[in-house]
Write a protein that binds this ligand. Structure first.
Ligand code: ADP
Length: 696
């Protein structure tokens, strides 16, 4: 299939300052966790985007001074030549793919942590704010201001010498430039505060200094934040910057800037999850930038539709299609568009597992793209796979949830010609086939849709409606069996710290229900008052409570945690989730453990202070713990003689059937096994490369 001619506009070159990008696909700066301390991981990760066709590829925020040290967060460092040597590898990798390389130079000001450097934080004024915990910042002196601007220029020179084409003066997400621009945080009276021009002076001077240093060799980008729906412009929870003021600053900066990188609102809004923000949700704000400048503009919006991308360019809203998350999910999106391979695009689910992983584990990952972050250490490529040594070997994958689906796709890609994927239900999908139907979780269905389309293209047999017994598997004719039989939610109320069944849980439906009772079997509480008991801490309990509330139940979530759904804070959606549930009429009882059920009348327990707690209701949904559905695997592996007799050489297991985890981990597991099948012992991962010491 050829490229849709309407998308040709996306492949036009774009000039930014003294540089020309080969096309309009632009991977904006976003954290990876690799920073400058794992330079080969960083280089391989960014280089893959260039190879996939993105015309501009940027490295995450890189600190220009040791007093902008983010530890324990995960920025890059860029205040000395060692850091520059480390990130030069990335510029080289990006160039090898034919793209321009960008580096997001920044100073965190009061938002810095300085955990490693132990230097005082710096701020326009010594004003307490939510940015500063554990002590206040030093108010910048005139000498400090000059020194930071010099650091910025020197970092820009180092970036140029390391091969970067685009250098940033990063002012979004609440960092130092935005702190200067905030009338709340900037109380200065020395010409660097007061009016828009005064508060913008530090920003403009920094741009001018950087331009003077490298403007002839590099394009100068600046990242700004417009007031968004979250009502706090500048990001990072900074109050007091109005969109009109930011537009004024853009106009003042126009001569100093080659590319405006526009973000909207706080980070949770800017990287809004699909649960609460649709694709392109920031567009009403982004459109306004044209009021202030004719200079090239790049903006993001979790764009995954080439139609929307092309329309926004054609309408003049943006010049470059910015992407962070879609580029992680599919580094090869541009090439796939160019080649008309639209049905092979792995669309971003907007679940922000990438952010959870890079922030919490300092190693980026993706639910859709198991190879993200594994380019260097495991040598994984999202589009190329080691050819099977025995392609005719029959492989049976039992269970078509996320793990089984991914495993079968990768086996197909490796050239296995006799792969059967068997699902017990009438349709493939495992838990995803019902999770995608829950309120707010529709886009997670992209995980399933992508894989089903690929299985069709690869000719993998997908057999539905067959629950295979041990005897069925032994008689199937497979040489390799992969158990991907998943997990189920416990119905007995066993929960963290209380390994015994919950008294009263044995009553079962309709008073005591599991998520599957609600979503697969269609059962409901007998009356209107429903308790959803959550010790899981992620999306399941809130989604079920919302489902019940929408159906007219009085839903109350009782959670053992002091906040609702703490995991959602790691995906940046906690605040939205809580507001959304409040609007949906869901009540929440915090820090309370349910210890028993009086079937037909009430549930009871105690709060964190040990105070007894009781609630009358007509049903409780237990979201306490999942349990692996591992009987098939254990049965098969128990009897090696039977396996030998059946001609089965190996049985493996993947996904929740090993241990119930996030969907991203089930997919990773399925991917890993399929990629390494045929190695000596694929039940264990091949060793991965560590970053050798020596750079940075
Ligand atoms: P995972 O996330 O690990 O892929 P899921 O629970 O989403 O796990 O999916 C596992 C799927 O396997 C479910 O649809 C389940 O019904 C199916 N399954 C379990 N046992 C069998 C079996 N014996 N035969 C076929 N399918 C099975």
């Amino acid at each position: 299939m050829p490229m849709d001619p309407r998308h040709a506009i996306l492949f036009e070159p774009v000039t930014v300052g003294c540089k020309t990008l080969p096309n309009r696909f632009y991977q904006v700066p976003h954290a990876s966790g690799f920073g400058s301390s794992r330079p080969r991981s960083q280089a391989a990760f960014r280089g893959m985007r260039a190879e996939g066709g993105w015309g501009g590829v940027c490295v995450e925020y890189a600190a220009i001074s040791p007093d902008s040290d983010e530890t324990p967060e995960c920025s890059a460092d860029f205040w000395d030549d060692g850091h520059a040597a480390a990130l030069a590898l990335t510029a080289e990798a990006i160039h090898a793919g034919g793209a321009l390389a960008g580096l997001e130079l920044f100073h965190g000001g009061a938002a810095s942590v300085n955990g490693t450097s132990r230097l005082p934080r710096l701020a326009p004024s010594q004003v307490a704010s939510e940015l500063q915990y554990g002590g206040l910042a030093k108010e910048l002196t005139a000498e400090d201001i000059a020194r930071i601007q010099r650091d910025w220029a020197e970092a820009a020179r180092r970036a140029r010498d390391a091969g970067f084409d685009i250098v940033y003066v990063y002012g979004a997400h609440g960092y130092l430039l935005t702190q200067f621009f905030s009338p709340v945080l900037n109380r200065r009276t020395d010409g660097y505060g007061g009016s828009v021009a005064g508060r913008g002076r530090f920003w403009l001077e920094t741009l001018a200094t950087v331009r003077e240093e490298v403007g002839g060799d590099c394009a100068i980008a600046t990242r700004i934040a417009l007031h968004g729906d979250s009502g706090v412009a500048g990001g990072g929870g900074l109050p007091g910057i109005e969109a009109d003021e930011m537009l004024e600053l853009i106009a003042m900066a126009a001569d100093l800037v080659d590319l405006f990188d526009v973000t909207v609102g706080t980070w949770p809004e800017n990287s809004g999850t699909s649960r609460y923000y649709p694709e392109g949700h920031e567009l009403p704000w982004i459109r306004r930038v044209r009021e202030a400048t004719a200079k090239p503009v790049v903006a993001t919006g979790r764009f995954s539709s080439p139609d929307l991308m092309a329309r926004l360019v054609a309408d003049g809203v943006i010049d470059l299609v910015g992407s962070a998350r879609q580029g992680i999910a599919d580094p090869f999106l541009p090439r796939k568009v160019a080649q008309g391979r639209y049905d092979e695009i792995r669309e971003c689910t907007g679940s922000n597992i990438c952010i959870l992983r890079e922030e919490s584990f300092h190693h980026i990952g993706c639910v859709q793209n198991a190879t993200a972050g594994e380019e260097f250490r495991r040598g994984w490529h999202p589009e190329s796979f080691p050819a099977a040594a025995n392609p005719e070997e029959p492989v049976l994958v039992v269970g078509a949830g996320p793990a089984g689906l991914e495993c079968a796709v990768v086996l197909g890609r490796r050239g296995y010609t006799s792969v059967h994927l068997v699902a017990a239900e009438p349709a493939a999908g495992g838990r995803l086939s019902w999770i995608r139907g829950l309120p707010t979780l529709g886009d997670w269905g992209r995980i399933l849709d992508y894989r089903l389309v690929q299985l069709g293209k690869l000719g993998v047999q997908v057999i539905t409606g067959q629950r295979l017994s041990t005897a069925d598997v032994l008689g199937y004719g497979a040489r390799v069996v992969v158990a991907a039989t998943g997990s189920a939610w416990r119905a007995d109320g066993v929960q963290p710290g209380i390994p015994e069944p919950m008294p009263g849980a044995q009553a079962g439906p309709p008073f005591v229900l599991t998520p599957e009772d609600l979503c697969v079997r269609g059962l409901r509480p007998a009356g209107k008052r429903a308790v959803v008991y959550d010790t899981d801490g992620y999306f399941m309990a809130p989604a079920l409570a919302e489902l019940l509330a929408k159906e007219g139940y009085q839903a109350t979530i009782v959670t053992t945690y002091p906040v609702l759904s703490p995991v959602s804070d790691q995906t940046l959606e906690g605040g939205m989730l809580r507001a959304h549930l409040h609007q949906a009429g869901v009540k929440v009882v915090y820090a309370t453990t349910v210890t028993g059920i009086d079937p037909g009348s009430a549930v009871y327990g105690a709060d964190r202070d040990g105070e007894p707690w009781r609630a009358a209701c007509e049903g409780i949904v237990l979201v306490t713990q999942q349990v692996s559905r591992d009987e098939l695997y254990l049965d098969l592996t128990r009897d090696q003689a039977a396996l030998g007799g059946a001609g089965i050489a190996a049985v493996y297991r993947i996904g929740d059937c090993v241990a119930p985890r996030m969907i991203s981990e089930a997919i990773f597991d399925g991917h890993r096994l399929a990629r390494e099948l045929g190695t000596e012992d694929p039940s264990m991962p091949l060793p991965y490369q560590r970053e050798p010491a020596g750079l940075a």
